[in-house]
Design a protein around this ligand. Structure first.
Ligand SMILES: Nc1nc2c(c(=O)[nH]1)N[C@H]1C(S)=C(S)[C@@H](COP(=O)(O)O)O[C@H]1N2
Ligand SMILES: [Mo]
Length: 185
């Protein structure tokens, strides 16, 4: 009797394990955004001089960092922002992604400001206080589709007009697209 129970238990363990593998294969796990700098919590080690070539290209080095894949960003809670700036096409764009505040909380950000950097090297700086007060999201979805590389993806820093002190009413210049790196300073 006992051995039959043990067999059933072992079978269950195997089934759960293979289910987890299937799930892992479904979520591709590719990192979209990496947070570096003054963090209380990290989930990866130092930049690899060979494999982390794009960080090296941008002269970004780190001993530890927090790497977010799509599912981990989504798990922070998807906020929705329907946005339009005067220079944009007439139809507003609906963007979804976690709030910057949620990202900063997850990594236990300990600095005063953050630099948000795009693939082309374009970067903007914000006081953490400003990010926490406003409606800043790290959008990973636009009009129902994942933001793609070649488009505005992997992530787009989005916020409505009037989100930071002295933001000109019509200016979307700090809405950084192809975001891949956030440095807490
Ligand atoms: N990565 C990246 N993001 C960027 C920029 C850029 O050059 N590179 N330009 C900024 C500026 S100056 C503006 S006005 C807005 C809108 O740029 P677009 O009109 O090229 O979409 O994106 C901002 N985000
Ligand atoms: Mo601009």
């Amino acid at each position: 009797m006992l051995s039959r129970l043990a067999l059933i238990a072992a079978l269950c363990v195997c089934l759960v394990a293979s289910h987890d593998r299937a799930k892992a294969a479904e979520e591709d796990g590719a990192v979209l955004v990496t947070v570096t700098g003054k963090l209380g919590k990290t989930n990866r080690g130092a930049a690899d001089p060979f494999l982390d070539a794009f960080f090296a290209y941008h002269e970004v080095s780190f001993e530890a960092a927090y790497a977010f894949d799509r599912s981990e960003l989504a798990a922070l809670g998807m906020e929705e922002l329907t946005l339009s700036y005067p220079s944009w096409p007439k139809a507003p764009v609906t963007l979804r992604g976690p709030s910057l505040a949620a990202v900063l909380d997850r990594v236990q950000a300990q600095g005063k400001s953050v630099k948000i950097q795009a693939l082309d090297g374009y970067a903007v700086q914000f006081e953490i206080e400003t990010l926490r007060k406003g409606r800043f999201i790290l959008a990973i979805e636009g009009d129902g589709r994942p933001l793609a590389i070649g488009g505005r993806g992997p992530a787009w820093l989005a916020f409505p007009p009037g989100s930071y002190p002295d933001q000109p009413k019509d200016s979307d210049k700090k809405l950084v697209w192809p975001v891949f790196h956030i440095a807490v300073e």
